[in-house]
Design a binder for this molecule. Sequence first.
Ligand code: SF4
Ligand code: SF4
Length: 121
Amino acid sequence: MKLWRTPLDIDKFTSPHGEMHILRARCKGCGLCVRYCPRDVLVLSDDMNEKGYHPPRAVQPDRCVACRLCELLCPEFCIFVVESADGPNSEDATGTGARSKLNGGEERGDAIPSPVPTGEG
Ligand code: SF4
Ligand code: SF4
């Protein structure tokens, strides 16, 4: 899932970093956490758990921003996230890189059109 636009004031905010924990034995491999993670952190693994399902694994753990959407959506309560103060996203506090990191490295802010002058006032 991709963000469709960049917030105009994104440089004023920092992104937290999350550490994900997956209780593999409980997973039923539904893929909701993979499908709806806004940062593409997860994929379903090739390994099987005891129930014969493929639990998720984090392929890009550094990109997790601790939004907890995966936690909220998991029907088996088998994924949870702990927020970490000193993760890679905390570097965004410098104001550099926040925009590109949140968009997977793409700069989209330039695509926002400038206001058109009306000639009045
Ligand atoms: S907390 Fe958010 S960013 Fe991190 S893995 Fe879950 S859905 Fe993805
Ligand atoms: S949402 Fe839960 S049950 Fe479904 S694949 Fe993810 S961890 Fe497994």
